[in-house]
Design a protein around this ligand. Structure first.
Ligand code: F6R
Length: 615
């Protein structure tokens, strides 16, 4: 979703802004723009679509760009008003001297717009953001103090904002403010940056100051001052980013998604590192800050998440109930926040999120905290808003994920749930010790097994080619792999735009079977050794009897499978309970190769954003 970058300093401002926006591109956007300030003027450049269009626009108008000393840039994902040039940011006040870029949604923008229009402000766009430009300009006309004008203005805003402001009459200065949307300052030598997320600045500095809600940063090339909304100076810690700029390179892979799929064995090793090092030792999950006496008595967990993280949560539910015997509810954050829940102080609430910035999950977490629950956050971004709300925090350490479709963060979340479930089971004494030892051993072996899958993708690629022209798919599984079916189908949908739905295999007969014919392939997840294998096999036979083409994803060597199924995707032997940590990989690859074969924009699928920071 939208991204912001601002820069003040000696470097080529255009290049810094374009690089910053390029590094935020993965978040998804429909238009882009920058405002450049030179010693005498502020000029705005915008374009629709990808950043290349903005680069071309800047190239064509290069002659009019003098020596900018500061600038702000934005990529927009439309919320208020269609994706269009006029709605793209930056937005200006009536006289054009003041410019703003904004992430978030201003809820009271209609009232403010009416008031400001009456005062003579000329609105040009349909956005809520333009209101901020006029509002700050109006305040500035009264005080002639830009910092005060921003403070007075943000007090009037309702909703969410990360906003950056520049004014022609106050050169060499950018002011940033935030509430319910992330914003940080990148600290340099004789230069400073401001951004909505770290990738925007990582090429230039790793030193960052994270703004909290209602804080305002006043940034020049040599100084950074942070105040609260009343103007009191706040002393902030300068933190060092854990990422390397390398993380933003494809390293020879055609797409970030493919690179991130291939990183998964190392991601698992990272997650296990320091937590599971010896099968005879208990899981070391010191991140869970609840007393073991409380954990022993714990009998209710609620997990809230969205999208792919919700699927990891479903795996989590299955294994926590299986290993630790604790009742677990899983709910989409967007549903949780609009109903009367039974969450109370004795409930452990787990929030799962790759970005740590998903608006619905943040709201859900706040609601749970208000009810007195201990909140455990499992996230890939320990620097995120959600992480800061956590009572306990499990960072999943997957490294920055650029492709919009989540892959390595999913596997890291799933592995984190295995560790958590084992940890809870050890505290409660609810699991057979030798069984647990075997599971730990298998978990340590998983990266090697996934490397085996990744080292030979020929069958998956052939399958992708064979099935890429189908318009609909059904994925079936039972038990712990039901989440894998949901996740596999989601991956296919989001990057290839093919309709795919995951069903509990036993539900097929209760409706979906009516859709089956030769145009509807069915992909079955079959892991032998467990209780569901035979069942999924017979559900697949029922599909075959309706002429559906069949794809198996299995660790079985049974020759009958080769007879029944049109294509068999084989994975190494794995126990059923741990299998979601490996079945996800060929499903990601299948989705990837189908989308790639169809020529889709794999890393930035249409209409999607990497981080959904609005409800
Ligand atoms: C799918 C995908 C989304 C996210 C969802 C939640 O590949 O990436 O479904 O999983 O938007 O995002 P996070 O995990 O950042 O809260």
């Amino acid at each position: 979703m939208c991204g912001i970058v601002g820069y003040v300093g000696q470097r080529d401002v255009v290049s810094v802004l374009l690089k910053g926006l390029t590094n935020l591109e993965y978040r998804g956007y429909d238009s882009a723009g920058i405002a450049l300030q030179d010693s005498g003027d502020i000029k705005v450049y915008k374009s629709l679509g990808k950043l290349i269009n903005l680069k071309n626009e800047l190239e064509q108008r290069r002659a009019e760009i003098k020596q900018p000393i500061a600038g702000i840039g934005h990529i927009r994902w439309a919320t208020h008003g269609s994706p269009s040039l006029v709605n793209a940011h930056p937005h200006s006040c009536t006289c054009g001297k003041l410019v703003v870029v904004h992430n978030g949604i201003i809820e009271n923008y209609k009232e403010l717009r009416e008031e400001l229009s009456k005062k003579g402000c000329e609105f040009r766009s349909q956005t809520d953001t333009e209101t901020i430009a006029h509002l700050v300009a109006d305040e500035y006309s009264k005080t002639k103090n830009l910092e005060l004008a921003v403070r007075n203005s943000v007090k009037k805003l309702q909703g969410a904002y990360a906003v950056c402001v520049m004014h022609k009459d106050v050169p060499n200065l950018i002011i940033g403010a935030r509430k319910h949307a992330p914003m940080l300052v990148g600290v340099g030598e004789g230069e400073n940056f401001i951004a909505s997320d770290t990738p925007a600045i990582i090429e230039y500095t790793k030193r960052t100051i994270y703004l909290e809600d209602n804080e305002i940063a006043v940034v020049t090339k040599d100084t950074v001052k942070v105040t609260d909304i009343e103007g009191n100076v706040v002393t902030k810690k300068v933190e060092t980013l854990p990422w390397e700029p390398m993380a933003l390179s494809k390293l020879g892979y055609k797409h970030f998604m493919l690179k991130e799929i291939h990183e998964q064995p190392d991601v698992i090793r990272n997650v296990l590192n320091g937590k599971l090092y010896d099968i005879d030792e208990p899981i070391a999950l010191n991140e869970v800050k609840l007393d073991s006496e409380i954990l022993k008595k714990l009998n209710k967990i609620e997990i809230i998440a969205c999208g792919t993280s919700l699927h990891a949560a479903l795996v989590g539910k299955y294994i926590i109930e299986d290993f630790a015997g604790i009742s677990v509810e899983v709910e989409a954050s967007s549903e949780y926040i609009y109903r009367k829940t039974t969450t109370d102080a004795s409930t452990l609430v787990i929030g799962v999120s790759q970005s740590g910035e998903t608006a619905d999950t943040i709201t859900a977490i706040k609601q749970a905290k208000a009810k007195g629950s201990h909140v455990l956050i499992i996230t890939n971004r320990p620097d995120s808003n959600m992480a800061r709300l956590a009572d306990s925090l499990i960072p999943v350490n997957a490294g920055i994920e650029v492709s919009v479709a989540a892959t390595k963060s999913y596997i890291a979340q799933v592995i984190s749930f295995y560790l958590l479930a084992m940890h809870l089971a050890e505290i409660k004494g609810s699991i057979d010790k030798s069984y647990l030892k075997n599971l730990k051993h298998e978990l340590i072996q998983l990266p090697t097994k996934i490397e085996e899958v990744l080292s030979n993708t020929t069958t998956i690629q052939e399958c992708a080619r064979k099935f890429s022209s189908y318009k609909n798919f059904i994925y079936i599984a039972r038990g712990v792999n039901l989440a894998s079916a949901f996740e596999g189908a989601l991956k296919l949908k989001e990057i290839s735009y093919i309709n795919a739905t995951g069903y509990a295999a036993g539900e097929l007969k209760h409706g979906p079977i009516a859709m089956l014919d030769e145009t509807m392939p069915v992909l079955s997840i079959l892991i032998p050794g467990g209780i569901t294998y035979e069942k999924v096999l017979s559900n697949s036979e029922e599909a075959k009897a309706r002429n559906a083409k069949l794809i198996a994803l299995t660790s079985s060597n049974d020759k009958n499978i080769d007879v029944l199924f049109d294509v068999v995707l084989r994975i190494p032997q794995v126990s059923e309970i741990l299998s979601p940590a490996i079945t996800c990989v060929p499903l990601q690859l299948l989705a990837y190769y189908i989308a790639e074969f169809l020529g889709k924009d794999v890393d930035q699928p249409r209409n999607l954003a990497k981080s959904v920071t609005v409800e």
